[in-house]
Design a protein around this ligand. Sequence first.
Ligand code: PEP
Ligand code: MG
Length: 582
Amino acid sequence: MEKITGIPASLGFISGKALLYFENIFPEIPRTDVLPEHAPDEVRRLDNAIRDAGAELAVIHERAVQEASKEQADIFSAHLLMLNDPIFRDQLLERFRESFVSIEWVVWDVAREMMQKMMSSPDPLFRERAADINDVSKRLLQHLLSIKRSSLAEVEEDVIVVAHDLLPSEILTMNRRRVKGIVMDAGSRTSHTAILARAFNIPAVVGLAHGTKIIKDGDTLIVNGRTGEVLVNPGKQDLANFKKTATVYHKQMEEFQSLRELPAETLDGGRVMMNANIEIPEEAERVLQYGAEGIGLYRSEFLFLTPGRSAEEEQQYRSYTKVLTAMGVRPVTIRTVDIGGDKILPDFQSGDEKNPLLGWRAIRFSLALPELFKTQLRAILRASVSGNAKIMFPLVSGIEEIEQALVLLEEARSECRSAGQPFAEHIEVGIMIEVPSAAVTADILAERADFFSVGTNDLVQYSLAVDRGNERISYLAQPTHPAVLRLLKHTIDSAHRRGIKAAMCGEMAGNPKCTALLLGLGLDEFSMAAQSIPPVKRIVRSVKMVDCRNLADAVLRGISWEQNGSLVDEWMMEHCPGETTV
Ligand code: PEP
Ligand code: MG
């Protein structure tokens, strides 16, 4: 047995078989001349590959129908249609007869040409098709070149995925019924892969650095999403201990259910709001089971990031309506897309920026593409009649960006009016505070925003210069660093001076160790992964606001995150012992 420890990224305990996952890397495609007398062999090879790839796709499609979402099944049926389209085969054969080169080269060449044409089309539907062509041609090539394919969408048995890193799109498309746990070399608690693992309730440990070197395919693993421990090939005793711990954990989860209907109120009557963060519309119903009072952050960009699908206005409208309807009168804060950084949208971005986290991201991206931005704003406006929608702009760095975004929002409103599309008259429009310049000028920005929501994942990243996805320096990403706390205090105080609410939707809001400190700083609304609501709410209900203020005062005088961390720990031991062990 070997024990490796990483960063706990998504709660839960799981034991199972490891599936070592490496991104499919393609070898160079051979381009060899074919003698005319061998032409029929090449045509036969193509037909065999089409037949085998088709049979494979039919099985995958059937499984997706049974086990995955309709959306995933639709992707595979579109691939099947394309693969069996006689026009596609004719195109390949025509190119082959013109060139008499190996058929795999022809497949690659034709597919590349088709993709280029589709990508340069102004019609987003065509651009979507480029991703399908990419996938279908790769599948064909895998059969022609006898490459064993491994795709997380096609996992057939229960596994714990072990990877160096996973793209958000890979988590979005994997077979979530079969992937029972995730273990990664890269990443931190606030990386987007970790956020998605929590969204899907899949226990995960990230930042293991060498996990893929230590773990072998088929090894038995125990993953502890609370402590970050991964046991490789555990012995009998370890398995017995695991079962005991898992039972205690599940019991605790059941106990948390009793908190669902109770208010997030301190012993001396301080009331705050407990909201949930969501990434996909399907999560909305689940968050209510954890007692969410609303959605404080809907990361709408994940609608765009599902491979092969771009979010048209109608599709967006339906998704927002679904979430708003599920939440009834409860508020739903839809954040306009935060594309860029580690969430690249290949239709629009080449992914070759030198500093993507300081680059064309979030509100900068939306303001540069006003038509795309207005499409999203119209979809939100139209959906707003189905519930209590709020709009939030991400990564604002100064007042100009808010003003420009508000102008476009006004244009979107006029467009809806002209089209006779109703929308809610009053929609609160807020901003995320996640860039140090926004926090420092919060008093100025408060004049233009209906609310603030602090994104500590980015605020910590940018104020401490710590890449949130880099496991080597993740120990520096400390929200109790005096610099972060000063920014937080200034932000919350500025909001209150202007009479608007200060919320937080970064990971700090869901960290039970920080709950009392945030109460003391005056935070009004907490938004977090749904699974974190019960433990955080339990702390709120077991402390007094007056004590929390004293804690905040003491911590604000601290000189380092280490000192502040100890202060908070001691305070917790004294005021609510045992409460942070979730
Ligand atoms: C944040 O930065 O804290 C945040 C909530 O936004 P995201 O994690 O999506 O960047
Ligand atoms: Mg952010």
